[in-house]
Design a protein around this ligand. Structure first.
Ligand SMILES: NC(=O)c1ccc[n+]([C@@H]2O[C@H](COP(=O)([O-])OP(=O)(O)OC[C@H]3O[C@@H](n4cnc5c(N)ncnc54)[C@H](O)[C@@H]3O)[C@@H](O)[C@H]2O)c1
Length: 437
């Protein structure tokens, strides 16, 4: 057994701050409120339902994750956030149309109490929507300071002892890191000069990190994955994670691709298309925002199959990803995948996947797990990029120069081993020689 990491206890309330009170956020908050009232179970949440095996298979020790590490309890969560629309949480949930009216009615009071704070918004970054509830005066630095004040006020009025922020706002248009993202100094200079390369999500992230609040990015755009933000997170001793929740089609990809590779089956191509009719789908219908999504959605196959190591199997893969905005479907996304594979002697085969999923139902438990784990990491003194949370993301963040791990089974092992490591338990290698000695 190694030494136990010193973890501060989860005392008091944990405040969850969310830019974007849309479909994912309201499904998450309504779900937590329903679970607290015994109306539902936290299906899909690793922190609430998963166990972690400790010691040998013969030891019979498999506590629940939430009993093994000191996580904030669901009754200790309080919620706040920002949106460009003034709808309260209940109205936003009704608009999102994910949850039944009868369930929403039962959690109407706590949802109605979520009144979005004025957002930092720039239509250059999200072109398809616009709303009135925005901070429209001052420089980007002024806006960052206003967000820091919102954070302080929320902490005081909610009585939270700790905070975590998670971006569930719209996907911003694709931008690469620019010179303004090189160092904290460059970034702060850019905030003062209103540098156009600084997006609203980066202003929220800056405000969070400066306030010592951990930050996760649920969308695919550039936010905390820049040298400046990584530097700030390290300096302030704050954990960061991203990016883009791994929920539907990419989740399927990272389940299936490792299996095909494990059997050394080859692949000619993978064609993925989706129809999606919610506001997220509307935003992603705009080429700049879609480009952000395409980047995170496309990276997993290449990283998992490692064509450089296996040129005969994966050297020439045609990978195509499409998202079609189709309003009648609302949040009930439908994904089709066609995978062209080949086996012994090169004989071709096909796999078809038709996933009739619900986007926000898949995303909500990830939001819960991420905020609880970020808070745990913060209390355990873990700062900067939290690679062990790759499990939750389509485009996992890593240290510069390190390729990300996309295989969901390796990601889960990494996550659980990190929990074992924190608590001074032996890591599980699955070697198993000790049973045969
Ligand atoms: N649901 C999933 O399965 C899934 C998976 C991966 C990523 N995501 C991402 O999660 C995000 C949220 O998805 P959703 O379905 O809830 O979308 P949504 O459109 O229902 O909600 C997003 C909300 O963000 C608000 N917003 C936009 N810019 C803002 C800003 N600068 N400040 C504050 N609020 C702002 C919008 O007004 C909207 O209410 C999207 O970026 C989406 O791409 C979702």
């Amino acid at each position: 057994m190694r030494e136990i990491t010193k973890i501060a206890p989860a005392e008091g309330k944990l405040g969850i701050l969310i830019p974007g009170i849309g479909a994912v956020t309201t499904t998450f908050i309504a779900g937590v409120e329903a679970i607290r009232r015994g109306l539902a179970k936290p299906i899909g949440s690793v922190t609430q339902l998963s166990t972690v095996r400790l010691g040998k298979r013969t030891d019979g020790r498999s506590p629940l994750v939430k009993d093994f590490v000191p996580l904030a309890g669901l009754n200790d969560l309080v919620f706040g956030g920002w949106d460009i629309f003034e709808d309260n949480g209940y109205e936003a949930a009704q608009r999102a149309g994910v949850l039944d009216a009868s369930l929403l009615e039962k959690v109407k009071d706590p949802l109605s109490a979520i009144k979005p704070m004025k957002a930092v918004f720039d239509q250059e970054y999200v072109k398809r929507i616009n709303g009135p509830n925005v901070k429209d005066k001052g420089s980007k630095m002024d806006k960052a300071e206003m967000l820091m004040e919102d954070i302080r006020n929320f902490k005081q009025t909610s009585g939270a002892s700790r905070l975590a922020m998670i971006w569930c706002g719209s996907t911003e248009v694709f931008h690469r890191a620019a010179p303004v993202h090189a160092t904290v100094k460059d970034f702060e200079c850019g905030l003062m000069k209103n540098d156009p390369e600084i997006s609203p999500s980066q202003i929220y992230a800056y405000a969070a990190l400066k306030s010592g609040v951990p930050y996760a990015n649920g969308a695919p755009h550039l936010t905390v994955d820049t040298p400046a933000m990584m530097e700030l997170a390290r300096d302030r001793g704050v954990p960061i994670a991203g990016k883009d929740f791994k929920t539907g089609q990419t989740f399927m990809k990272t389940l299936i691709a490792p299996g095909l590779k494990a059997r050394m089956l080859g692949m000619h191509g993978w064609f993925s298309t989706n129809i999606l009719g919610n506001r997220d789908g509307e935003v992603l219908d705009e080429p700049g925002s879609f480009k952000s999504k395409e980047e995170t959605k496309s990276s997993s196959i290449h990283q998992i199959l490692q064509p450089d190591l296996y040129p005969d199997l994966y050297g020439d893969i045609h990978h195509k990803v499409r998202i079609e905005y189709y309003p009648p479907r609302g949040d009930a996304k439908e994904g089709w995948d066609n995978i062209d594979i080949f086996g012994w002697l090169g004989y071709p085969m096909q796999i078809k996947i038709n996933f009739l999923c619900r986007d926000s139902i898949l995303a909500a438990p990830l939001v819960l797990d991420l905020v609880l784990f970020l808070d745990l990491a913060q209390r355990a003194g873990m700062r900067g990029v939290q690679e062990w949370l790759s499990f939750y993301f389509k485009g996992p963040m890593t240290a510069p120069g390190l390729y990300p791990e996309h295989d969901i089974f390796i990601q889960l092992m990494k996550l659980k081993n990190t929990l074992r490591w924190m608590q001074g338990e032996d890591l599980i290698t699955h070697l198993g020689q000790e049973y045969y000695d």
